[in-house]
Structures are given as C-alpha cells and as structure tokens.
Design a protein. Structure first.
Lengths: 232, 311
C-alpha cells in the first residue's frame, strides 16, 4: 500500500516535470483559434495535423540538411573516436593520459569560444554555408564525449568482444541530440514566431530521433553517463 | 564455461612480452593518431586563433582584407570598461549559482525518492530523463510558449487561480527575465543531477541502512549520517561538472531572451556571441571568450583533482 502511495507521488512529479513536453505536443495539434485564446485548451479535442503538414512542407529541406549534418557528424565522430578509444583502452597507446586530459579539458571549453575561431577557419576554407563546415564544427562537441565514454566501455570488456556493436549505442545519441538542432530550427523559430502551431510541430519532429534512440538505447545511455562522469 | 571464457581475458590484461609491446605501441599510435591530429586541428588551433584574435582589432573588413592591426590589450581594456561588464558578471554568477543550487537539491530529492523500490519506479525514472535528451532549442521554445505573457499557460493558470492579478511579463521585463531563464535552466539540469546522484546512491551498501534502522535511526537521521557523507565524492563531481556546464549555457538564453531585454539576462557566453556576431567586433568577443576559458579550465583542474582524490 505504501509503495503505491510512492508510485502516486512519482506519477505527479513526472507529470509536472514532463508538462512542458506535453504542452509542446498539445500545441502542435491544436487549431490556431484554440491556441491563441484567453483560456488554455488542456486537451486537443479538435486536434489536427495541419501544423505537421505545414512544418514538413516548409521545413522538409531543413530537416534533410539536419539529417545530413547529423549523420555526417556521427560517421566522422565514430571514425575518430572508436579507433582512438580502442587504442587507449585495449592497446594501452602511449601518451593516452595526456590525450585523456586534453579531451576532458576540451569538453569544458564553451562552444561559443570555438565558434569565433571556427567561423574564421570556415571562411578560409570556403566552408561557410556548407554542411561540411557544420559537420566539422559539430563533431567537436561529440568527439571528446564519445571517446571518453567508448573507452570506459571498452576497458570493461574482454578484447575478443570489443567489436560488439552495442558499445557505440551511447554516442550517436548524444551526437544526434547536439547536432540535429542547429540547422533550420533556429532560423524557423526566428521567422515564424506567430505561428506557434508549426513551430511546436517542428519541435516535435526534431525531437523524435533523439527520443526514439533513447527508448532503444536507454540502458546503455544511463550506464555510459555514470561511467563517463563518475569513474573517469 | 565461464572459467574458460575468463582465462584469455586475464592473460590479455597482463603485460605482453617486450618485443610484442614495442610493435603494439606503434599499432596503438596508429589507432590514436587520427585523434591527436583532430585535437591539434580542432581544439589547439582554434584556441590559439582565439587568443590571437583577442589581441587584434578584428572586424568584418579583416575577413576580406586579411588585415587586423595588433592592438595589445585594448580589447580586454574596452571589455572591462564596458558598462555592460558588471551587469553581465553579476548575471553570470546569479544564473550559475541559482541553477546549481536548485538543480542539485531537486535532483538529490528525486534520487533519494527513487532509491526505494515501488511499482513503476523504473519507467518513471526513464521518463524523467527525456527532457535532458531533447535539443535545448526545442525545449527552450516550448518554454517560451509556456512563459508567453498573454497566451502562455503559466500566466493563464496563475490568473485563473488568483495567485497574481496581472499577467507577469516573464521574458519581456528586465526584472523577471534572468529569473525566468534560470528557472528553465534548472528544469533542464534536474535529470543530469538525478541520474548521477542516483548512481552514487546505488553504491551505498544496504547493510548501513539496515543497521541504522535496527538502532532506531529515523529517516532524516539516516540521510544526515549515512547518505549525505557517503555521497560526498559524487556530490563534488556533480557540482563541479554542473558548474562547468552552466557557465557555458548558451542555447537556453538565446532561445528565450537573447540576453535581453536591455541586457538584463546577458551572461558572459551570450555577450561574447553578441560582441562577435552582432556588433561584429570579433576581437572583443574573443577577449570575453578567453575569460570564459580561464574560468572553465580552473574548474576543469578542480574536477580532475577531485576525481583523483575520490579514487
């Protein structure tokens, strides 16, 4: 009985903390007259998918670019992080302590600081307004985290099993989360702030890949976070 | 079966013979080599560029002409003399301390709450992680809609319950903007604190609680005498990491207020962005960015020292 009281309390807490997400879902299907009214519409009884249709038709291109940038970043990150993590964890590569320290510090540098210099670099290389420039810049958010997490995992498992596919379940998720957002959405939000319905629909669409991956890889994500952060 | 499987693992862990080790050292460098190059090209080089830029008068024309005169410490001087400096520093401290205090307290309360077994605990714990895994631009936008002065659900609810008499301009008033962005950032940070603190709680042996309850200790005494002291190393890590992450928060503020109105929610991060990409004074932006790096690196060292001690 007492356990069920806890469940009740837990449900209330979860509902409160997840309310903003429900509210986004709700707004994404509400018709605009109910969206902008004096009283909130708690449940989308007269819901429609017009917001999604609008978001897909105006944002389809941006979503494709996001997808391209995200997958490119995942590939680049894994190409660099996976062998390095393997070399550090299983082959005891020389200088791995220095590398580890560099990665930890790199993780802590504010992205905005790098943006200044990256803008200049992209300008020199002619990569401004080019997905490749974004892929390179975005990968700097993911490589340290992916390497540290992967090598923590790789250290735990016998060498024979180190290619097992599930280990990299933790990093693409983070990659997608940090990456799917920058293109398009920013610009869209700036341009269409009166059309909340489509904005929220875009938000939902942008969240879907991360949410889906979370469901699939939840166990490894939690394990990766703790092993990456608490142990080292 | 398990014993035969574990034997090769044990041998692979022990040091290989010298000849093999030398060769495998080169092989291992082959594996980590790309990462070394990557670190040099994408962290060291930009950092050096950034430091260099902060000593130059770098403006839009510099991009075309390639000319940026050396101005010594002028960028730093003008940034410190700027009337926004004090306000921005105070905002950064307030935002960081406020976020950390509440994220940590709420995260710890939730972690302790989920320490006991009850139906659906696992499902609810997983659900609570979702906000953390969403793009910050997305959740920030959802909050912007909630906090909207006229059509936002927060004001509508507060008015309907007669808790306030007039609609609060959460994001549009200089008094409320910093509080509002801090609130949203607290919401963003709760899952991170909860997950890591929960992990720390799992490491505390159950026997300690059993012994304490046999001795008649109350819940509060158990928390004060067992949970809190046993959790201290994890607490230190969570707070240091939280601090490093909070100081560099950008998306949340950018989506909600862009640092406004009138700089009332400007922090060092958004200010650096504004100086570089709005005012196009790249040298000054780089100077503010370098201040941020110094802060981040100081706490990075504190974090690494704490890690070593806790091991």
């Amino acid at each position: 009985m007492r356990a069920w009281i806890r469940t009740g309390a837990g449900l209330v807490v979860t509902a409160v903390l997840l309310f903003p997400l429900y509210w986004m879902l709700n707004a994404s299907v509400l018709p605009s007259d109910e969206l902008i009214s004096r009283t909130p519409t708690w449940f989308p009884v007269h819901g429609s998918l017009a917001g999604y249709r609008n978001a897909l038709s105006t944002q389809g291109g941006h979503l494709l670019v996001s997808l391209l940038v995200a997958s490119g970043t995942v590939v680049l990150t894994l190409l660099i992080a996976l062998p390095a993590a393997y070399g550090m964890a299983q082959l005891h590569a020389p200088g791995r302590r220095v590398l580890m320290f560099a990665l930890l510090v790199a993780q802590m540098i504010p992205g905005i600081v790098m943006a200044d210099a990256f803008y200049q670099m992209a300008d020199k290389l002619g990569l401004i307004d080019n997905p490749l420039g974004l892929i390179l810049a975005d990968s700097t958010l993911c490589v340290p985290f992916a390497t540290l997490t992967l090598q923590a995992f790789l250290r735990e498992i016998p060498a024979e099993l180190s290619e097992a596919a599930w280990v990299d379940g933790a990093s693409p998720l983070r990659v997608l989360r940090s990456v799917i957002l920058p293109v398009g959405i920013y610009r869209f939000i700036g341009a269409h702030l009166s059309d909340w319905n489509s904005v929220m629909a875009t938000g939902v669409i942008a969240s879907l890949p991360a949410a889906l991956l979370l469901v699939l890889a939840q166990r490894y994500v939690a394990a990766g976070i703790t092993s990456g952060a608490v142990k080292d | 079966m398990t014993s035969t499987l574990s034997r090769p693992r044990a041998t692979s862990r022990s040091a290989p013979p010298p000849a093999r080790r030398r060769r495998s050292g080169w092989v291992a460098l082959g594996f980590t080599g790309p990462l070394w190059l990557y670190v040099a090209a994408f962290y060291v080089y930009p950092l050096v560029t950034n430091v260099r830029m902060s000593f130059l008068d770098y403006s839009v024309s510099s991009f075309y002409t390639g000319l940026a005169p050396f101005v010594g410490l002028d960028n730093y001087r003008s940034v410190f003399a700027d009337s926004h400096m004090t306000r921005t520093l105070l905002n950064t401290v307030g935002f960081t301390v406020g976020s950390l205090a509440f994220q940590f307290t709420i995260g710890l309360a939730l972690a302790v709450f989920f320490q006991r077994h009850f139906p659906l605990a696992g499902v609810l714990r997983a659900l609570l992680l979702v906000p953390w895994l969403l793009p910050l631009v997305v959740s920030g936008t959802a909050w912007r809609w909630i906090l909207d002065t006229d059509n936002g659900v927060l004001n509508q609810t507060l008015l309907a319950l007669h808790l306030t008499h007039t609609a609060t301009p959460w994001l549009a008033s200089t008094r409320m903007a910093l509080i509002a962005v801090t609130l949203v950032n607290i919401w963003v940070g709760i899952p991170f604190n909860m997950v890591i603190l929960y992990g720390g709680l799992q490491a505390i042996p159950d026997q300690l609680y059993e012994a304490a309850s046999l001795d008649g200790a109350t819940r509060w005494q158990q928390f004060r005498r067992i949970t809190w002291p046993m959790l201290r190393p994890v607490t230190a890590i969570v707070l240091t990491l939280g601090l490093i992450y909070t100081i560099k928060v950008f998306d949340v503020i950018m989506v909600l207020t862009q640092g406004g109105p009138a700089g009332s929610s400007q922090t060092l991060t958004t200010w650096s962005y504004q100086l570089s990409f709005h005012d196009l004074t790249f040298g000054r932006g780089a100077a503010v960015g370098n201040l941020l790096i110094v802060v981040a690196v100081v706490f990075a060292f504190a974090y690494l020292r704490g890690l070593r001690r806790s091991r």
